[in-house]
Ligand binder design. Structure first.
Ligand code: FRU
Length: 519
């Protein structure tokens, strides 16, 4: 496989990039309620669109191997965002003198046949980047589907947008009622810019404006999108703001996504914050390339991201998607901040999804007898969803220790998620996690909570454990941290811990999601 330079992918472990097969199956790390391809490699979500009651999830796939390469659009659909039906490859690579890889992009429903490519009733149009390594070029192509997204035909006059550049990718297109046109946001990765284009027919695109550099500009900008988001608790005038989200992963920060809050007048995006202000989407080391679904029936904005793989190989697949997340904005003392909480659609179905295997408890004192760690429950299968309210007293650093087991020499092996009021930090500590390899230097990951507001008060946590992924949402989605864990199969218990002081679990509820299977 030819290697090309593309940002984050260059810093992934060589195992993945060389497509090394013959690895041992790792069923203990196959997520139950997160999307993974049945076999082979996946990276970015692509072409997210809701149609006929189904959430389509196209995604970057290598149909031939466990490493990145041969980029094609894989395809799956779901009605509940949890169970995925795996469908045949939707847009395969083309190997000829030019060789075209189908890089990331989006999909829209062209109900009025604006493109002239549809049968009566409309068609799906995918707008994506054609990466042509032999030509050292990236340009934007379209392909249309007259069978509701199962198979695509390439438009005869591609590219539809070409700047003769090596790096120009990841068009995110949606219908703009404001413009009464299709609106595209697309990245100029090496220039740390995005461009906005408009179109009436998806075939010819008019440049509206550029935005950037700004915020974090020390890694290539990729996979941008622009959405209006509602400010929680507000209605009417001023209740909505535009949010521009940009992935910027590279050697310095690793996997990283940022966002800008501002206005969009139909031509130009204006950042409300100083241009050097950096706003972080997710504080963990693996959430990337997230984009929202087009075509949702209500005002809901739901997105999904790729959880980038670390040094631990999984087999026969590599890579998984995050939990789908609903987006909003919240007013905080520091200004408007992004809120992302696990999709309400999933959240409200948890009882049914777990076959009513729900365990709950109230008012558990941690360390009443100076015991720093206490076991709560075994969760065989290691796929569960915790909701907890935690109070940590002064001098303590306390929380939940999960995917844990007794480990002779070190006491307990497991991952700690806790709150340290003296540092105003939420932390995920994998340094005694045991099991498979994690990213060196990322054993402990933290979030600086913006205020001291939580000391002595209750911190609301949602913690999603799915065999090899861990997503932590604090304060009802104001903070998110996604990472990976690779526990041994028998490391399947939940403990509570406190170092140095008293803490309380005010309430805890856990849904066992291990009965879910994707097959
Ligand atoms: C982001 C990315 C995109 C590109 C795709 C290729 O992870 O580098 O910019 O379109 O992956 O697979």
């Amino acid at each position: 496989m030819k290697r090309i330079w593309i940002s984050l992918l260059t810093i992934l472990p060589a195992t993945f990039l060389s497509g090394q097969d013959g690895l041992k199956p790792t069923p203990q790390w196959r997520p139950a309620y997160h999307f993974t391809p049945l076999t082979n490699w996946t990276n970015d979500p692509n072409g997210l669109i809701f149609l006929d009651g189904k959430y389509h999830l196209y995604n970057q796939q290598n149909p031939y191997g466990i490493g990145w390469g041969h980029m094609s659009w894989g395809h799956a659909t779901s009605t509940d965002l949890v169970h995925w039906e795996h469908l045949p490859l939707a847009i395969p690579e083309t190997i000829d003198k030019d060789t075209t890889w189908r890089f990331s992009g989006s999909a829209v429903w062209d109900k009025d046949n604006s493109s002239g490519l549809c049968n009566p009733g409309g068609c799906m149009v995918a707008v994506y980047t054609a990466d042509q390594p032999n030509l050292k070029k990236e340009s934007q192509f379209i392909a249309y589907s007259n069978d509701r997204g199962r198979t695509f035909t390439h438009y005869a006059n591609n590219p539809v947008l070409d700047l003769q550049k090596k790096d120009f990718r990841d068009p995110n297109v949606s219908w703009s009622p404001q413009l009464n046109k299709w609106l595209m946001v697309v990245a100029l990765p090496r220039e740390y810019k995005v461009r906005f284009y408009a179109s009436t027919d998806l075939r010819s695109w008019e440049l509206l404006s550029e935005f950037g550099p700004g915020g974090y500009a020390n890694a290539p900008w990729e996979c941008p999108f622009l959405v209006p988001l509602t400010v929680e608790g507000k209605k009417g005038e001023g209740s909505e703001k535009w949010v521009l989200v940009v992935s910027a992963g590279g050697a310095e920060k690793g996997t990283y996504m940022q966002y800008f809050v501002g206005g969009f007048d139909g031509k130009t995006f204006t950042n409300d914050n100083p241009s050097d202000a950096v706003l972080t989407v997710d504080y963990g080391d693996c959430f990337y390339a997230a984009i929202p679904w087009n075509g949702l029936p209500d005002k809901r904005k739901t997105y999904i991201g790729w959880l980038t793989p670390g040094p631990q190989a999984t087999y026969p697949w590599t890579g998984q998607m995050s939990i789908p997340r609903d987006l909003a904005l919240r007013e905080t003392p520091q200004g408007l901040r992004l809120v992302q909480a696990p999709a309400t659609l999933i959240r409200k179905n948890l009882d049914g999804l777990s076959h009513h295997r729900v365990t709950e408890a109230k008012d558990i004192a941690i360390r009443p007898n100076a015991v720093p760690v206490q076991k709560w429950k075994a969760m065989p299968g290691n796929a569960y969803w915790i909701e907890a309210d935690l109070t940590v007293g002064p001098g303590a650093a306390a929380g939940i220790l999960l995917a844990a087991k007794k480990d002779g020499d070190n006491g307990i092996a497991g991952t700690r998620i806790g709150y340290d009021p003296s540092r105003h930090q939420l932390f995920v500590d994998r340094s005694h996690a045991g099991g498979g390899k994690i990213k060196t230097g990322k054993e402990i990951q933290t979030i600086d909570l913006d205020t001291a507001a939580f000391a002595g008060k209750t911190l609301h946590l949602e913690i999603l454990v799915d065999r090899s992924s861990l997503e932590v949402f604090a304060d009802h989605g104001l903070y998110a941290l996604s990472t990976q864990i690779f526990p041994d199969k028998d490391a399947d218990s939940i403990y509570f811990f406190s170092n140095g002081g008293d803490a309380y679990i005010r309430s805890v509820r856990v849904w066992d999601l291990s009965p879910i299977s994707q097959k």
